[in-house]
Design a protein around this ligand. Structure first.
Ligand code: DQQ
Length: 478
């Protein structure tokens, strides 16, 4: 079933089957990149969460590994091994994750017992923080006595620092700091929030907070159930001073986490791209959720946040199936290119057209198509009104503000089965899902309305598979 599913991504990290949500424990270990993820082996829905595992030597091709963390029936993680991170503690890999137990969630620790990071031993003293802080009082919900979860751990001045996501009762989302002197990571001292948001603007609960040092500035991003907000500014003296803020992505991208690649002095960030279709459709498919492509996050010359697909991804390009610099005047043009898994790039200028854009996953008669509309209001809109005839998939439009319309729009677009990722001017990102039903919904076309638009250096490449080693071990993978 999964092998014939043309919604399955070819070059994104997705689960072998069943459910995936947040990326976790991203770590480069002895030259191998490890990606763990929230995984439910019992079905394509969120449930008793385990940690799935995939590895890569080049960030381009991936192999599945066995489940890394399983809830212990008598342990503090009985009801789920929720999100967390992996750290290198002087040559030993450790995972800090959230254990769910009834209506309590508390931090747990596991240590790798082999160099392939396949086997993990849980610490006998779990949970390593035994109760939630009382100052400030934390938000509770129908499910949780206190919302207190997700972990970002780093070493600073020889001391371990640890952020946990939460929300303040009658207040906003917050990132709580703990520190620990010892490499055992079992004695944590509570230091209070480093930043708390405004509930109406920033959300009442922050999941998966992550602090990244980008050199001149620091970046804190948080997932507030709806969106991934970022704050750029200065982190000093256990407090974060915000200079700018924004959204890391405008689509269904959520709970991102980053890998520190010291060799290349860079941060690579993956997010979960949510399913965006009904539970029934997920059951029928047998899988749900995918990770985004790894994106490099840093600062541009003006100190703004820059986001680019990892450079390695160009290795996935197969044939350059199309290259041209067409000018369109009040017309639509089919490209001599078709694909379900491809990359497209172009420099687009809106000259005097009212709007211009392109259609992907388009059927010959246009019954199904996903439109990318670039408007004079400097919006880029992913219009999914006709993406699919399956009413179980979301058809909501998604828009993001991009660079002013008098500058050209530098677009990189990744289509992969049901995944659509847009990078605009290396700064604005929009990741979402589309579920065309027809096997001939694979055309690409351009259009310009009421005037001229230029698509400079337009190129398309079909993309190869990220899972070449599959076959014997996991016949279900496509
Ligand atoms: N997903 C995990 C939580 C986290 C949430 C549970 C974010 O740890 O807060 O699967 O998507």
């Amino acid at each position: 079933r999964l092998a014939d599913d043309h919604h399955r991504p070819r070059y994104h990290v997705s689960p072998p089957e069943n459910w995936l949500n947040d990326p976790n424990g991203l770590l480069e270990w002895n030259g191998t990149y490890h990606v763990f993820y929230q995984y439910n082996p019992a079905g394509p829905h969120h449930g008793t969460i385990h940690w799935g595992h995939a590895v890569s030597d080049d960030l381009v091709t991936w192999e599945d590994r066995p489940i890394a963390l399983t809830p212990s029936p008598d342990g503090p993680d009985r009801d789920g091994c929720w999100s967390g991170c992996a750290v290198d503690v002087d040559g030993t890999a450790k995972i800090v994750y959230t254990g769910g137990h009834g209506d309590v969630q508390l931090p747990c620790l596991a240590t790798a017992t082999d160099d392939d990071l396949v086997d993990w031993e849980k610490h006998p003293e779990n949970p390593v923080i035994r109760s939630v802080p009382v100052d400030p009082p934390l938000r509770s919900t129908e499910h949780w006595r206190a919302e207190f979860r997700d972990h970002n751990v780093w070493r600073e001045d020889g001391i371990w620092h640890h952020l946990i996501g939460s929300g303040i009762e009658d207040g906003g989302g917050t990132a709580l700091l703990y520190t620990s002197e010892g490499d055992e990571m079992v004695d944590w001292t509570y230091r209070g929030p480093i930043l708390t948001g405004e509930p109406d603007r920033d959300g009442a609960m922050w999941e998966c907070p992550e602090l990244l040092d980008l050199g001149e500035k620091q970046l804190l991003h948080v997932s507030n159930y709806e969106e991934v907000r970022y704050y750029l500014g200065e982190y000093a003296d256990r407090s974060f001073d915000v200079e700018r803020d924004g959204l890391l992505d405008h689509g269904a991208f959520y709970a991102p986490q980053s890998l520190r690649d010291d060799g290349d002095d860079r941060w690579l960030t993956w997010g979960w791209i949510k399913p965006d279709r009904s539970p029934a459709a997920q059951w029928d498919a047998g899988w749900a959720g995918t990770l985004s492509l790894p994106r490099r996050i840093d600062l541009d010359d003006e100190g703004r946040l820059r986001q680019r697909p990892a450079a390695e991804l160009t290795a996935l390009r197969e044939d350059r199936a199309y290259a041209d610099s067409p000018t369109l005047a009040d017309e639509r043009r089919e490209l001599a290119f078709a694909g379900r898994s491809f990359e497209l790039r172009a420099e687009i200028r809106l000259e005097d057209a009212a709007e211009c854009g392109l259609a992907v996953r388009r059927s010959p008669d246009g019954e199904e198509e996903t439109l990318l509309r670039y408007t004079r209001e400097s919006d880029l809109v992913v219009d999914r009104a006709a993406s699919t005839t399956d009413h179980r998939a979301s058809s909501d439009p998604i828009s993001m503000p991009v660079t002013p319309v008098d500058e050209s729009l530098s677009l990189r677009l990744f289509v992969d089965g049901s995944v659509l990722e847009v990078f605009a001017n290396e700064r604005h990102c929009l990741s979402t899902r589309i579920f065309p039903t027809r096997s001939d919904s694979d055309g690409v076309s351009l259009y310009a309305a009421d005037g001229r638009a230029v698509f400079e250096d337009l190129e398309c490449w079909t993309m190869g598979s990220a899972w070449p080693a599959v076959g014997d071990s996991s016949p279900e993978r496509n």
